[in-house]
Design a binder for this molecule. Structure first.
Ligand SMILES: Cc1cc2nc3c(=O)[nH]c(=O)nc-3n(C[C@H](O)[C@H](O)[C@H](O)COP(=O)(O)O)c2cc1C
Length: 335
């Protein structure tokens, strides 16, 4: 008998066994130290919210100094592993699985933070950020170094006791600058066609898989820039399919170039239609997100099999007990 899942259904992804379908999505807390270390405040922020969701995905950590924001968690060096291990121990003590998002900020960084001009696929400013500096276009050798830096960071994620790693390809950060036709004006094998624009992320996925073996790899993928002449959903769907074929275990679907909130959106689940369209095309679990605030809506998108997992961000930021309350509300309704 095929029993339809609901918000409380478990889900297995390789070795990872999620107790339910509710996810805390990555959200920058600004609670890491200036250098990028885990702090007591950082641990408290997440342990407070780790009660209830089956999975917490931890905010973007920088994989190289050139791709840093500040203050932001670091994963670009062995010196961070000790603090990250203390952190995963604290989340696991709450009975919750934990994944770390790894990222290069590209032209979202600034020379004030990294001491040199930020880099991007092309010398093109982020169209959503009028005050941004014009970045320097990456050389091909530098792109090779970025592939290695992501994979090195992923190995540290494994060694720090996380249950999975998430590659950040969204919201105007470096990898989404490559996938966006607005920001990628390259004429080499990393620019132009869809296959060329997703090439860097595919290389990162392949190298990461080679290094981490049978370990969950997530990808947060911006599938629409939400700007004229930007990346649109049909291309986003094709990119998602290529990533799943390359070995991504979970697609975490979002959108927006330089902002994660759909402009003008008031509806619950504003990026769920995009995730739903991708779920129809791929054979890996898909996370949907966007303005979810009620337990009923979160449960419904799972029951209707629109997505496999649902992320609730700002509502859980505001109320750390949102997940516990939501699960209790749904349990009462079931009785
Ligand atoms: C304060 C804040 C920080 C965020 N930081 C990140 C981040 O580090 N990485 C990421 O992929 N998305 C980030 N996001 C986007 C969220 O993960 C999420 O996709 C977005 O808030 C929409 O979900 P919501 O409507 O449930 O909040 C951030 C959002 C907020 C509000």
């Amino acid at each position: 008998m095929n029993i339809l899942p609901n918000l409380t259904s478990p889900l297995s992804i390789r070795s990872l066994k999620l107790k339910n379908r509710l996810v805390l999505p990555p959200m920058r807390s600004r609670k890491a130290s200036l250098e990028g270390h885990v702090t007591d405040d950082f641990i408290k922020h997440y342990t407070d919210r780790a009660v209830g969701p089956g999975l917490v995905i931890i905010e973007h950590a920088y994989i190289a100094e050139s791709g840093r924001l500040s203050p932001q968690l670091g994963v670009c060096d062995e010196k961070f592993v000790k603090g990250l291990s203390r952190f995963t121990g604290a989340i696991h003590a709450k009975g919750t699985s934990v994944v770390l998002q790894i990222s290069h900020a590209g032209c979202m960084s600034s020379s004030e933070i990294i001491g040199t001009t930020p880099t991007a696929p092309s010398a093109v400013k982020n169209p959503r950020n009028a005050k941004a500096e014009t970045p320097r276009a990456l050389e091909r050798e530098e792109i090779d170094e970025i592939v290695q830096a992501f994979a090195n960071a992923a190995e540290r994620v494994v060694r720090s006791g996380f249950d999975g790693v998430e590659i950040h390809n969204a919201h105007g950060f470096l990898l989404s600058e490559f996938t966006s036709p607005l920001m990628n004006k390259r004429t080499d094998e990393y620019g132009g066609t869809l296959q060329n624009r997703i090439r860097l992320t595919l290389r990162i996925v392949e190298e990461t898989r080679r290094r981490v073996g049978d370990y969950p790899i997530f990808c947060r993928l911006g599938v629409e820039d939400m700007l004229p002449n930007g990346l649109m959903l049909p291309e986003g769907i094709q990119m998602a399919s290529l990533l799943a074929e390359a070995g991504v275990d979970v697609l975490d679907i979002t959108g927006g170039m330089g902002g994660a909130i759909k402009p003008g959106a008031t509806e619950e689940g504003f990026f769920i239609p995009q995730a739903e369209a991708i779920k129809k095309k791929v054979n890996v679990p898909v996370i949907g997100v966007g303005g979810v605030v009620t337990p009923e809506f979160a449960d419904e998108v799972i029951r209707k099999e629109r997505v496999d997992l649902v992320a609730v961000g700002r509502a859980m930021l505001k109320d750390p007990l949102w997940a516990i309350k939501a699960l209790k509300t749904l349990e009462k309704k079931e009785r």
